[in-house]
Design a binder for this molecule. Structure first.
Ligand code: CMC
Length: 418
């Protein structure tokens, strides 16, 4: 909705720029014609002030700690939904019901097998290959098995169906155990857990508290508007690269420790503190020290400046699940102490640094028996519907065009050889 104009005075020109107001009142100055009108571009390194698109998928109010998918508060979705319902909500705009829901869930359940030829790829990796690297390459490889790209909805179903199988196989590869095939009688989360934890030598029944914790974790990670990996997916997809290749790019972007890779780094940090006698105060001091490059992993967020609603839900769930499973994890106590001390410390308060989603998710994954190297893969499984939804929204936009930012060149001016 365009409601008014902003005025920009630039050298001797006065330019009217439209103001755009979103459905939740977020205001933006539309500068899309600025360069054509004035020859100037805007400069916003790290994109802290740049809206790269209009989107109807996810709303975040970072000051108030609000997160909603398609209008529904994350707390309500986390309380009462299954992950596949939330995936449908994100991608198609509504929670599925009746026949639509049956077709959605059934379509995914029946496509969880990966092509037998794909199993050979796993053999080629070294034994300790990071599962995020495997996931990214396997996503791209899916496009060699489904190259047509003429039925996007079917490709979406395939991708959501096969992602847990690929993730579980990459784990089995890393521990040298035989692959466990998917089972159609299990739900999405239970099927992944069965493929991950079942061994040929033992019976395995998916514990209900682990299944429901995984369902919760997947929902909490399902979308987060224009973050690093999602913007990457949109960027790659904007060149009309296929769905599978675009998702592989999202996996790669997510892997970094400042983004999804932080959940692995949080546990490594807590283990380091524990090994060092549990002196968490020393580590908060280190995080504040400008001469040290140590940061409190799992703290801080570009958007949330009050609290991360996902972290709040997870902190409660961690207590509950650990009690239920009878797990006594000293890392949980260190995490709580670290949070308490950081939240009262001027450095963290001034900079509005609060625990983010990755702070407690690692504790939960650990309690569920998920190995540390798989944590970011778990994040990717959850984020997949969000990436798909954002990719589809961009591709369905008739005004969509290739993403192509500008730059301010600061290198050498013209020079010549010799
Ligand atoms: N520990 C100590 N100091 C911090 C931290 C931290 N975790 N995070 C930010 N700061 C300080 C930073 O040094 C800077 O201080 P100063 O103003 O004195 O220079 C100030 O706070 C602002 O930080 P920034 O790096 O400019 O903030 P950003 O918005 O660019 O970065 C962030 C956001 C999440 C990358 C950053 O807070 C961070 O590195 N956190 C640790 C990694 C992490 O937990 N990442 C997961 C993010 S949530 C899940 C996801 O979406 O991927």
């Amino acid at each position: 909705m365009d409601v008014a104009n902003a005025k920009l005075i630039l050298e001797d020109q006065e330019i009217d720029l439209p103001i755009v107001i979103g459905s939740e009142g977020e205001k933006a100055v539309d500068i899309s014609k600025l360069r054509a009108q004035t020859g100037h571009i805007t400069l916003d390194s790290g994109y802290g002030n740049t809206g790269s698109c209009s989107s109807g998928i996810t709303f975040i109010d970072g000051e108030k700690g609000i997160l909603r998918y398609r209008g529904y508060p994350i707390e309500e979705l986390a309380e009462s939904c299954k992950f596949l319902d939330v995936a449908h909500l994100l991608i198609y705009g509504q929670l599925p019901k009746g026949a639509e829901k049956d077709a959605w869930v059934d379509g995914i359940t029946r496509r969880t097998l990966i092509h037998e030829e794909m199993k050979k790829f796993f053999e080629g990796y070294p034994p300790h290959a990071h599962p995020m690297a495997i996931l990214a390459s396997m996503f791209t490889s899916l496009s060699t098995f489904y190259p047509d790209g003429d039925d996007t909805d079917l490709d979406i179903v395939r991708l959501i169906a096969k992602a847990p199988t690929i993730a579980a196989f990459s784990y089995k590869k890393s521990v040298g155990q035989p692959f466990v095939y998917p089972r159609n009688d299990l739900g999405y989360a239970a099927n992944f857990l069965n493929m991950t934890f079942r061994k040929p030598t033992e019976d395995y029944v998916v514990p209900e508290s682990v299944r429901s914790a995984l369902n919760l974790l997947l929902i909490l990670h399902a979308d987060h508007e224009q973050n690093c990996s999602t913007s990457t997916v949109r960027m790659v997809g904007s060149s009309q690269a296929n769905l599978f290749a675009s998702m592989a790019a999202g996996v790669s972007a997510l892997w970094g420790p400042l983004h999804g890779g932080a959940n692995q780094k949080v546990i490594e940090m807590l283990q380091r503190i524990e090994a060092d006698g549990g002196d968490y105060k020393k580590y908060t001091e280190m995080a504040k020290d400008r001469n040290s490059d140590f940061r409190l992993m799992g703290f801080g967020h570009r958007v949330y400046k009050n609290f991360d609603p996902r972290a709040r839900i997870l902190k409660k769930a961690a207590d509950h699940v650990l009690r239920d499973l009878g797990v006594d994890d000293p890392l949980l106590d260190i995490a709580k102490n670290l949070e308490e001390i950081a939240l009262a410390d001027e450095y963290f308060v001034e900079r509005k640094l609060y625990p983010n989603v990755d702070f407690y998710s690692g504790i939960l994954y650990r309690a569920m028996g998920i190995p540390t190297e798989m944590f970011t893969v778990m994040f990717a499984l959850g984020r997949l519907p969000g990436w798909i939804a954002q990719w589809k929204e961009m591709r369905d936009d008739p005004k969509g065009r290739i993403y192509r930012p500008r730059q301010v060149y600061v290198g050498a001016t013209e020079r010549h050889i010799g």
